[in-house]
Design a protein around this ligand. Structure first.
Ligand SMILES: Cc1ncc(COP(=O)(O)O)c(C=O)c1O
Length: 385
């Protein structure tokens, strides 16, 4: 018998029952009062999660579309930007900027390390004409989070635009867009925001909207000014046919997020990550990042010496219907990753490690059986997380 797959991946993530329920409803038209209510709920919910008074634009694209919209709306050809990369998605932001003809200076870190504020400062001190910084909040490929709050101190009182890819972070890690003085945050529906894939989100600061006025990069579908005018105009007026059902699903997920409360959600993510780290250590395995940089969204673990980690991942999927994932790019075959964001509980972590122990054992890894589950039980004992 096969059971429902449990996705312990960094997106798409599992969907709450009421979100699934919304998606089976008959379609509604987007130029109606009914859809206006969805747009309003979406706008209020997203503003709350972003921590902003600015409009948050919803695009019918995955998160990468919002990254592209950030680059093509805020900058002009030959503008100098600093792309800070700690992994695969940092690289993607840099590539998008190169693709649109920006002059990209790179600050690259070894995969598994977090960005260091002083390194960024040193570059800003030297290169006086940098127009923007592109950086990842949570680097999904390496399980490392950057300290965006600290980095924002470098740009908030300057003309430099701080652009943050929070695609896997938003809804799981603290974000205070206005308070921290961030200029652009992009996000996606399919991770901590507990909705299906297909929506990209983007908010701009006043400073960024001003910069957008002089951008000379050609754009049409992703011209954010049109979306802003649609939101600020009378009634529901998205410029193109929106992804109606997915937006309704996201509005429902945001309702659940507001009910649980952001502080409680951040704490749940932290506790699930710590439980996962305990399980990893009890197996005698090593995290890829330093513990202090290890993400609360996804845990990256070094593959044990001499064990074919792909087989372990396949066994998890085929024998237990639990999906975890391997490494990307240069980390392929060297790590595995367990996602624990969005609609995820302590029970899911216990299930995952129960199965992981068996799969590792079958692939010949030697450890004291039961220790990981025990460590997680101890960590979560008596709490409903
Ligand atoms: C940090 C980060 N940036 C960008 C992306 C790309 O997003 P999408 O696949 O939604 O285009 C992802 C997806 O995993 C991500 O985790």
């Amino acid at each position: 018998m096969t059971t429902e797959k449990l996705l312990m991946t960094p997106g798409p993530t599992m969907l709450p029952p009421s979100v699934l329920e919304v998606m089976r409803r008959q379609i509604i038209h987007h130029r109606t009062k009914d859809f206006e209510q969805t747009l309003d709920a979406l706008q209020q919910g997203l503003k709350h999660v972003y921590g902003t008074k600015q409009v948050v634009i919803t695009l019918a694209s995955s998160g990468s579309g919002a990254m592209e919209a950030c680059v093509s709306n805020l900058f002009s050809v030959n503008d100098k930007v600093l792309a800070v990369s700690i992994g695969n998605f940092g690289d993607r932001f840099a590539k998008i900027a190169q693709c649109f003809g920006l002059d990209v200076i790179r600050l690259d870190y070894e995969w598994g390390k977090a960005a260091v504020k002083e390194d960024i400062k040193a570059i800003l001190d030297k290169e006086k004409d940098i127009k923007g910084i592109l950086i990842t909040h949570n680097e999904t490929s390496t399980g490392v989070s950057n300290d965006i709050k600290a980095i924002s101190e470098l740009t908030r009182d300057t003309d430099i635009l701080l652009c943050v890819d929070a695609i896997s972070a938003l809804g799981g890690l603290e974000m205070r867009f206005d308070e921290w003085g961030i200029d652009c945050v992009v996000a996606g529906s399919q991770k901590a925001l507990m909705a299906p894939p297909g929506l990209g989100f983007i908010a701009l600061s006043e400073k960024a909207w001003n910069a957008a006025k002089s951008s000379n990069i050609p754009k049409f579908y992703f011209d954010l000014k049109k979306y802003k005018a649609g939101i600020e105009g009378l009634g529901a007026n998205p410029p193109y046919t929106p992804a109606i059902t997915t937006m309704m699903a996201q509005a429902e997920a945001l309702k659940l997020i507001m009910e649980e409360g952001l502080e409680n959600i951040y704490e749940r993510h932290r506790r699930l990550a710590l439980a996962t780290q305990k399980g990893v250590k009890a197996l005698g395995l090593e995290l890829l990042p330093d513990e202090k940089d290890s993400s609360y969204i996804i845990t990256a673990v070094r593959a044990p010496e001499g064990i074919n980690i792909k087989n372990v991942i396949n066994r998890m999927n085929n024998e237990f219907d639990i999906m975890i994932t391997g490494g990307q790019g240069k980390l392929k075959g060297n790590i595995f990753r367990i996602g624990h964001c969005g609609y995820c509980s302590g029970t899911d972590i216990i299930k995952t490690f129960s199965a992981l122990e068996i799969c590792l054992e079958k692939e010949g890894y030697k450890f004291e059986s039961g220790m990981a589950v025990k460590a997680i039980q101890n960590e979560l004992r008596g709490e409903r997380i």
